[in-house]
Design a protein around this ligand. Structure first.
Ligand code: UDP
Length: 239
């Protein structure tokens, strides 16, 4: 069956495959930062991020977090459940980094007393503004019940991932999650979990192993994506 491209984003492409309950999402090597003002490519990023996410989604499912993942179909592509996406980015933070340094005037790396959850409205033309529950409500972006479930699952995802990565000598500094609602009304984790969407630091050296290497021109971007992959997945990616 032919795949029909229905949406192309900055890092992924969504295809219809003729199956009514699934899509295929493929991962690109393209990298963007600062609302796409900075553009480039990271060698093998597509397959690395796809296989990294394909390792984490089933692990999260086993811990009771529903995800859209249905199986990997190519080195850089996975079959996913069709969801009605909630137009919010949910950021969960364990340490201060990125925009929080500027917003709260805290030093990068400061440990937060407890995980901090933030909502961002997915609107490229507005630069994805931070929003609160009242904004979400008046914009009718999600019902109270869906929002409560999204928050519960986002916090639970963090509670599962922090010790998982700590066991691999990696600090999960922060991450961005996206959720959607399936046919049955079940809220599922969607999108991806990768070095593009999370900040990962080596817990011994505090070396950055994520997209900040690209954002901040730190060099050795591919090498760090690969090292992170090997540490987490336990073998080399398939290209
Ligand atoms: N993030 C993302 N997509 C975005 C914005 C942020 O995946 O459009 C991730 C980012 O990689 C980090 C977390 O969300 O892990 C928090 O990002 P922050 O708000 O600090 O913004 P940034 O400084 O990355 O723009």
């Amino acid at each position: 069956m032919e795949w029909t491209r229905i949406y192309e984003g900055k890092a992924k492409i969504l295809y219809e495959t003729g199956e009514s309950e699934s899509f295929v999402q493929s991962f690109k090597d393209d990298a963007t930062a600062f609302n796409a003002l900075k553009k480039g490519t990271i060698l093998h990023k597509g397959p690395i991020n796809c296989q990294f996410s394909s390792t984490l989604f089933p692990m999260l499912e086993n811990k009771g977090i529903p995800t859209h993942f249905l199986g990997r179909v190519a080195p850089n592509a996975m079959k996913i459940r069709r969801l009605k996406m909630v137009p919010l980015e949910v950021v969960v933070r364990n340490r201060v980094a990125g925009s929080l340094v500027k917003r709260l005037g805290l030093n990068e790396g400061t440990e937060l007393l407890h995980p901090v959850l933030e909502w961002y409205y997915k609107r490229d033309d507005l630069g994805d503004p931070i929003v609160n529950r009242d904004h979400i409500d008046v914009l009718r972006l999600a019902s109270h019940a869906v929002l409560a479930e999204v928050e519960r699952l986002a916090r639970k995802t963090n509670d599962v991932l922090v010790p998982f990565f700590a066991g691999k000598d990696i600090l999960l500094v922060d991450m961005k999650l996206e959720f959607g609602v399936g046919e049955s009304g079940k809220v599922c984790l969607g999108d991806e979990i990768s070095a593009d969407t999370c900040r990962f630091w080596d817990s011994k050296t505090l070396d950055k192993m994520d997209k900040d290497r690209f954002r901040q021109d730190l060099g050795q971007v591919e090498e760090h994506y690969l090292e992170l992959f090997r540490r987490v997945v336990g073998h080399d990616p398939e290209f």
